[in-house]
Design a binder for this molecule. Structure first.
Ligand code: SF4
Length: 703
């Protein structure tokens, strides 16, 4: 099918690098960086460079639908028609007996925008429940809250091109050197060419990003709000406030000032474990800068106080007036390739398409009218962790899981297993048998993967790219939108008779007309012929919008940006105690992606970290009689993990780090970090706290 070079976008992280895809002499796919792409200019990281291997190796692919008639029978191959009949039959029967809120769909930031849109339309418009949520809830819902409450809408104001225009970066709770590598390469190059550029990293670990920085603020986990308030206090005390911007374009400064002044520099320094001199230094660097960009990821978002952490960081951009001008602004880095697209089409339990809110009656009416349905339920749907709680409690009877592996990625993974075992009916729609979650499915549906279907994605900087279908999916695998539309038709729903994915895109794009994310003038032809565009694209021939708020007109009712002032500065997850004296934080390693169903297939990506390890400080290792390389047993109230220790000074005393990638199929279930993590969530964003679990660590001795 593929006869010439075609362009596409990397399907891993939210950086959104452009790739060129071609076939070699042996008819195998080859992938290289697109030299003309505005994001990566030809560069690819280790994961992107091995995309071709993942596509060419189909040995793990799910090739045809599989179904089991009862839990005591193995699954067997069935036709697509039988699979869809069964799915519709079971969903109808459960809804009839228990109501629409007894079913739910759990999707992923790796779904394309059209897939996200259809899954939401199906659930909220036609199944009659708002029980649809996404694994993006686990990584960026706190950032959504931060942007919405500060600017009035979930709007990332900056672009990657602002990197080359800034002279100060605060990287907070992120390790882009490993997790957003091409973005970091741009930052490195910019600093190498401009030695005056300053980088500050706030992280409890000495990561590669921290090692490259001019200043590393190695804070105690969970004390981020205290640290950013302390920096805010210094900015105010030393006269670095942009008075004109604060007066004309913000609300709530007085409350903010009162709050940050309530704690002295020395008190803050003690609480967050960062020397007072370094806090002062950070404030001076930020205060003197002409262009200040904050970048953050999971260290801020994945917290029981994730929204407050976001507010406290966003406030630093407001106080210094660094919003809506070149080289300035708060920049949330998304982990997945289309977390942003999901946000645009309302792919969370509390959202509706085009940045509308489920809680708003007018918004529900508008969307219901657009879809031609009587109403959208006002009842909030289950968020990700709530969905698994409801499955375990028997309130949710059936769940349809698309393109994600919750048995490895959910906090308290053993609870996720119990929940799926307790469900009456589990559908798993995925590409790979390597997903642990497939084992729990009553019905497995083979989905088309990257290059095997068309659609669009949006990267971290609001850049929309079109992905063409370049190759046929193996076996009987089908694009996710086709599967969902077929199911909708079997359920007897109107409104799913699309002739192409482009028709779905057009329906969604028309819905954006006149909104802040207007792409009504952006069609597949422009995306195919002219390349990528940053929303909004509100007029014919409009080139897209790299930067928002240049007119300082924010999307709040007063058109002013809001200082949101966290009530409490304390992290609220259970603190370390005598039984569990250390704080566990989890995260990614350089060469692996999520639960390794794709990158785990590539031998050369395993050389960096062949096995999971526990990073531990020298002092903690000594106190617990552990040497580098020993097998350790890590325990929390939820479970146990056994992995080897890597002892160094890279994590601060009192903190241990585990990578989150490994699941049962790749090793054994004692390698799974989420055996340990708890399910406490941020009260606003409902994002879990993967960065703060009290654990004990001891040397493992076989008995
Ligand atoms: Fe892919 Fe992200 Fe690497 Fe770019 S930085 S090649 S988008 S994984």
């Amino acid at each position: 099918m593929l006869e010439k070079e075609v362009k596409s976008t990397c399907s891993y992280c939210g950086v959104g690098c452009g790739v060129v895809v071609k076939k070699d002499a042996r008819n195998r796919i080859e992938v290289e960086g697109d030299k003309n792409h505005p994001v990566n200019k030809g560069m690819l990281c280790s994961k992107g460079m091995n995309l071709d291997y993942v596509v060419n190796d189909t040995s793990d692919r799910i090739l045809y639908p599989e179904m089991r008639w009862s839990r005591s029978h193995p699954r067997e191959r069935v036709s697509w028609d039988d699979a869809m009949e069964r799915a519709a039959g079971v969903f109808k029967s459960i809804i009839r007996k228990h109501g629409p809120d007894s079913v739910g769909i759990y999707v992923s930031g790796q779904c394309l925008t059209e897939e996200y849109y259809i899954a939401n339309k199906l659930t909220k418009g036609f199944l009659g429940t708002n029980n649809i949520d996404t694994n993006s809830r686990l990584c960026m819902s706190s950032a959504v809250v931060g942007y919405k409450k500060t600017f009035g809408e979930d709007s990332v104001p900056v672009s990657y091109e602002d990197i080359e225009l800034a002279d100060c970066f605060l990287i907070a709770g992120a390790n882009p050197a490993w997790c957003h590598p091409i973005l970091f390469r741009r930052l490195e190059k910019h600093k190498e060419e401009n030695p005056d550029v300053k980088i500050i990293v706030a992280d409890p670990r000495k990561t590669d990003s921290a090692n490259f920085a001019d200043l590393h603020l190695q804070l105690i986990p969970g004390t981020d709000v205290i640290l950013y308030h302390a920096i805010g206090r210094q900015l105010i005390k030393r006269g670095y406030v942009d008075k004109n911007f604060v007066k004309k374009h913000t609300e709530g400064f007085k409350e903010y000032r009162d709050k940050v002044m309530s704690l002295s520099l020395n008190q803050s320094a003690k609480l967050c474990g960062v020397p007072a001199g370094d806090i002062k230094k950070a404030a001076t660097i930020i205060g003197r800068s002409k262009g200040f960009i904050s970048m953050w990821a999971m260290g801020l978002n994945q917290s029981a106080v994730g929204s407050d952490k976001n507010f406290s960081l966003l406030n630093l951009s407001l106080v210094t007036g660094h919003v809506g001008k070149p080289g300035s602004g708060p920049f949330s880095l998304t982990g997945q390739p289309n977390a942003m697209g999901g946000r645009e089409v309302g792919g969370m339990a509390n959202l509706l398409a085009v940045h509308k809110d489920l809680a708003n009656e007018e918004h529900r009416k508008e969307v219901a009218q657009y879809w031609g349905v009587e109403e959208i339920s006002a009842k909030p749907g289950y968020t990700a962790t709530e969905m698994f709680d409801a499955l375990e409690e028997g309130k949710l009877k059936a769940v349809w899981i698309i393109c994600t592996n919750p048995v490895v990625s959910m906090p308290n993974a053993r609870q996720a297993e119990r929940a799926l075992k307790n469900a009456k009916f589990v559908v798993v729609q995925d590409i790979s048998h390597k997903s642990d979650t497939v084992s729990y499915a009553d019905l497995v549906l083979p989905a088309a993967g990257w290059l095997e279907k068309e659609g669009t994605m949006t990267n971290s900087e609001r850049r929309i790219s079109y992905l063409n279908k370049e190759i046929h999916p193996p076996g009987e695998a089908r694009p996710d939108v086709e599967i969902l539309c077929d199911f909708a038709k079997k359920m007897g729903f109107r409104g799913f008779n699309y002739n192409s994915t482009e028709e779905i895109y057009k329906e969604y794009a028309a819905m954006t007309k006149g909104t802040k994310i207007d792409i009504s003038y952006l069609n597949y032809d422009r995306l195919k012929n002219e390349g990528t565009f940053q929303w909004p694209v509100p007029e014919y021939r409009h080139p897209g919008t790299p930067r928002l708020f240049e007119d300082k007109q924010f999307y709040t009712p007063s058109k002013k940006a809001i200082f949101n002032v966290p009530e409490s500065v304390e992290n609220t997850s259970a603190k370390p105690n005598e039984e569990y004296p250390l704080i566990l934080t989890t995260g990614r390693i350089r060469d692996q992606w999520h639960t390794m169903t794709r990158t785990g297939k590539v031998a050369r990506l395993k050389t960096h970290y062949p096995d999971p390890i526990l990073e531990m400080n020298l002092v903690d290792a000594y106190l617990n009689h552990i040497k580098d390389g020993d097998v350790t047993e890590i325990k929390s109230p939820n479970g146990t993990v056994r992995v080897r220790a890597k002892v160094s000074e890279n994590v601060r005393e009192g903190v241990v780090f585990l990578p989150m990638h490994w699941g049962k199929k790749l090793k054994n279930d004692l390698n799974r970090a989420n055996n340990l993590t708890h399910t406490k969530v941020d009260p606003i964003s409902k994002e879990p706290d993967f960065k703060y679990t009290a654990v004990s660590v001891s040397r493992f001795r076989k008995t």
